[in-house]
Design a protein around this ligand. Sequence first.
Ligand code: DGL
Length: 373
Amino acid sequence: MKRFARLTTISALLFAASLPTGAAHAQLAPSAAAPTQASDPSEARKANIVIIGTGGTIAGAGAAATNTAAYQSAVVPVDKIIASVPEISKVANVKGEQVFQIGSESFNNERLLKLGKRVSELLKQPDVDGIVITHGTDTIEETAYFLNLTLKSDKPVVVVGSMRPGTALGADGALNLYDAVLVASSPESKGKGTLVVLNDEIHTGRDVTKSNTFKVETFRSPFGPLGYVVEGRTLFFRLPARPHTMQTEWDIDKLNKLPEVAVVYAYGNVNPASVDAAVKDGAKAIVYAATGNGSVGDYMVEPLKAARAKGVQIVRASRTGSGAVIRNAEQPDDKYDWLVTDDQLPQKARILMALALTKTNDSKELQKILWKY
Ligand code: DGL
């Protein structure tokens, strides 16, 4: 614990020292209320937001302020993160809850379900107006899509992370967290599904993906963000186009296990044994992250057909990063009884396919679900 305490002290000092002169004092003492709902004289009108901590870089700490990409992730407790941004208390009544302290690369089905069930429990509480989830950026997109499909509430749920630890020069976590609380507190955010807020942008959990290993502007959606958050204001310019939360057929409270769905990544010389291994592991479906418009190499067609013959669903996806895979274009899907994603990335198609398999194993019904969400 001593080492941790020293690390925290160093981190806190580094964090305070890294701020421009003068701002450090402002950072340590609540700054003047910005012209937002914070100037609202009535405390009762501030939203009650629960901030769930799960780890990631936003909970990270580096040895030096110049460590923007080399640091320890998931070491700062959520209450310390909240305390490091005193401006938050001007715009909302918040309380922290630590559900995990992990890098988000360590999320799995079990942890997704545990997080989702806790969020659902909190959303049912009448005194909770919204939820912010601090989360590693690596798999924010999967968690946000999963919650977008399974939460049964129209209250705002915002997933937030950062690309630099709070100890770094140009740390982005404090503003991201402040903005996430603003978005979760905004009546405008109700009924828009699970949102992801970073770098002044508001994205839908359905479309957003991490597109760069270290840059703060890493999150992008193929059709752009839904809106911005800036100077305390939440600005929406678009709405999510696909069903989410209250409009879907899944309820997190009724989910206790997710069917095993594997992702096999295609590349020149991909080994057919990767398909066999997924089948042996008990996969109920294989999302094949194929090249281009879901093209399958001639030496991979038979292994995938053999997996289908064993009852494993085959979903043609694309490794390109955007665009919809067209059914019966590159492969005779009707003939092979294969499926295609819409424009979901392979890692998101896995989430949707796992949920779809909790409802049906009928190919036609599964294809409708892949095209609907
Ligand atoms: N370990 C990575 C994660 O938790 C760090 C990346 C980040 O949070 O920005 O996703």
